[in-house]
Every structure is written in C-alpha cells, then in structure tokens.
Design a protein around this ligand. Structure first.
Ligand code: PLP
Length: 383
C-alpha cells in the first residue's frame, strides 16, 4: 500500500510504515525481535542500537509521515530523545536559548548536566520575539521551545521563533508532545527538529515509555550518530506495541480535544475555580496563536481552585478522573505539578513560572464528556 504524504492523517496513522507480512498475509506488521542479523558485505549492519531493525524502521516511517519530516527515530524515552537531540548539536562553549516554561525533566537536564560539559544556557523571560532575541549570544547554537507547554499550556509562536532563528543560522527544536503531530506540524512551520515523549499521546494507553525525533535527513545524521553512542533505544517489542497504539492516535486526540474544550468551558464558569489555562478559551493569552498554528487545542487543561479549597481534597473526591503521575492516556487523570513533574524545579523558580501549589493539571481522556463533567461537578460540590 502506498502511504505517501498526500494521504490524510488517519490513513497515515493506520498504514504509514507498516511491514507487509509476505509470509502469511497477516493484517499487522510482523514483530522481528532479533538483536542479531546476518552480516553481509556492503549491506547495512542491522542492530537495534543502530535504529535499523525492521520494526524500528516501520515506526520511524510512520512518525516521519505524520510530522511531514524526511525522517524520524524512536527512542527509549522522551528524555532519551531530548538529551540525544541536545547533546548532538551542543558542544563545549556553545550556548542554548530555551523558553521559560518547560517540562520539568528538560529543565532539570539542562540545569543539572550542561555545566559539566561546558554548555551555556539561558531561559527567556517570556514568549515574545524580543524575549528570545534578547537572550541570543554570539555562541548561541540552538533555540528550544515547547508549545503547548507542560503544565501551564503557554503557547509559543512557532513560526516567529523559526524565522528569528533561521535568520541567525540557529537550529530550532520543539517539544511537540502535548500537541502531537495531529494537533501541530512544526516542520511545516519552519522548525528543524521535532521531539516527542511518545510515552504520552503517541502511546496513549499509559503502558509504554518511549520518545521520538523527526527532522531532515541532514540533521538526523548527527542525531543518529549521537544516539548510537548514547544507546537510548527502544526494545522491538515496545516499538511494535507503539506502532499498534499509533493507529488510533488521530481518533484519540480528536476525542480528547473535543472533551477538553467542553470541560475547560465548564471549569471556567464554575464559581469554585479561580483560573483555567486552556488555549481553546478566548481568555487564554495564546488563543489567537494557537488558532493559527494548531488543529484543535489539545487534551490538557490546567486550573487552580479558589484559595480556600484544598486541591488534594478535590482530587480525593473524584471518582472517574484518577490522580496519576503521567498523562495523555485514554483515561482521564489529574495531578499536582508542584508535587510531581516540577518537584525537582526549585520552589522559587516554580512560582516564577506560575506553577503554584494549588495548580492542577488535568489530562482529559476519551470517556463520555457528560460523565466527566458530572464527576468534576460532584467533587467540586463536596468542597
Ligand atoms: C513526559 C514528558 C517528557 C519526558 O518524556 P519521558 O517519556 O517521560 O522521558 C518530555 N516532555 C514533555 C512535554 C512531557 O510531557
């Protein structure tokens, strides 16, 4: 079956990259778990850490097709993908500009590891063009963004950052985890390197740890080489499972977007809720940019209860929505970022970013929206 990029998203989700079962004509890609392949002169050396086992290649192709990228690689975790991408291009003496609100693990990687490699970094003060330009130095090599960001769902203007970086010869990277390739295709907007924690929406069932990078053939050469040295590959069993999961990515994400929009509006109107962060709300400062660069506004909602209410008590009263560390599964989950994803970020820095003790991050699942709304309602009622 031809799966060129002219095919629509849901078709790519199901078919792009699939391995034809020529032996039995089965409906799904066969699983090839071998770590050892024949060594033949002039033939590619097939080995899992070279990212070239049959199942890795199949999944790489699916992700590349969805991101409209020339090529993609799958990694053992989102952080394996992020660290490989960063260390592939940052050398001793180089400098990187990162946006201010970021996934806590990325913030920790930069602040905990870069110094010992002699890599300099700056975080912007905001998300405006001047905030990025102000931090660029003669030795800046990379600009790194994340939109919508974890956990405050800030929106960065992707095209604006891509343009200002290109003008200065800088490499741009984006963490596209929250948007997914269904919600946003940054390469078409001028970004060089797209990174995912596939643990989230791509996997989508809270049972896979994985990551991915999509980019051009040229930049991938450097990433591939670094990746092989670091060895953060995903086992072929999990690669195969992730290929299976991604067949429903389009359906899942669209259902999650629909539910989230409805629930964000409900929370926004509720008298016990102080503030809702959702790019789909007109009141969100990034709403217009989100409308311009995204398809749908995502399945994540963050909100704060009014001061007098205890968020932990609220979470205890929820019956369908489960407190959970991770996000983006088919089931609805909720957590306190200050206690979890941003626990490693110093409190002062956390507060500066707006990650207050009372903030809740709500990952909306595919359950019936009215059941979810009733669950929130009854838990709010009990406060
Ligand atoms: C979870 C997450 C990561 C890290 O991914 P792992 O798969 O946990 O290593 C990176 N970025 C974002 C936005 C995330 O939500």
């Amino acid at each position: 079956m031809s799966t060129s990029n002219t095919k629509k998203t849901n078709t790519l989700c199901v078919h792009a990259g699939e391995i034809e079962d020529i032996q039995f004509q089965g409906a799904v890609s066969p699983l090839f778990p071998s770590t050892s392949y024949a060594f033949l002169d002039g033939v590619e050396k097939r080995y899992p850490r070279n990212f070239n086992t049959p199942n890795q290649v199949a999944l790489n192709k699916k992700i590349a097709a969805l991101e409209q990228a020339e090529t993609a690689l799958v990694f053992g975790s989102g952080m394996a993908a992020i660290s490989t991408a960063l260390f592939a291009f940052l050398h001793q003496g180089d400098h990187i500009v990162l946006q201010q609100t970021l996934y806590g693990g990325t913030f920790h990687l930069v602040t905990d590891q870069f110094k010992k490699f002699g890599i300099e970094y700056s975080f912007t003060d905001g998300l405006e063009q001047s905030d990025f330009i102000d931090k660029i130095k003669p030795n800046t090599k990379v600009v790194y963004i994340e939109t919508p960001s974890n956990p405050l769902l800030t929106i960065t203007d992707i095209e604006m950052v891509a343009k200002l970086a290109k003008k200065r010869g800088l490499i741009t990277m984006i963490d596209n985890t929250f948007a997914t390739p269904i919600g946003q295709q940054p390469i078409a907007l001028g970004i060089d390197i797209v990174i995912h924690s596939a643990t989230k929406y791509m996997g989508g069932h809270s049972d896979i740890l994985a990551g991915a990078i999509a980019t051009s053939n040229k930049l991938m050469e450097t990433i591939h080489n670094t990746g092989r040295n670091f060895g953060g590959n995903l086992s072929d069993y999990t690669v195969w499972l992730l290929e299976r999961s991604m067949k429903t990515l389009g359906l899942r994400v669209k259902a999650q977007n629909r539910n989230a929009k409805k629930l964000a509006k409900f929370l926004d109107k509720h008298p016990k809720v102080e503030r809702v962060y959702y790019p789909g709300l007109k009141s969100h400062p990034g709403h217009d940019i989100a409308k311009k660069q995204m398809h749908g506004f995502g399945g994540m909602i963050s909100f704060e209860l009014k001061d007098t209410y205890n968020p932990e008590v609220f979470m205890k009263h929820l019956e369908i929505v489960k407190p959970s560390l991770s996000l983006a599964g088919v089931e609805s989950t909720i957590l306190s970022p200050a206690l979890t994803s941003h626990f490693l970020v110093p409190k002062e820095e956390r507060e500066k970013q707006g990650v207050t003790e009372g903030l809740l991050r709500f990952s909306v699942g595919i359950e019936d929206k009215n059941d979810l709304m009733a669950d929130l309602e009854q838990a709010l009622e009990k406060l």
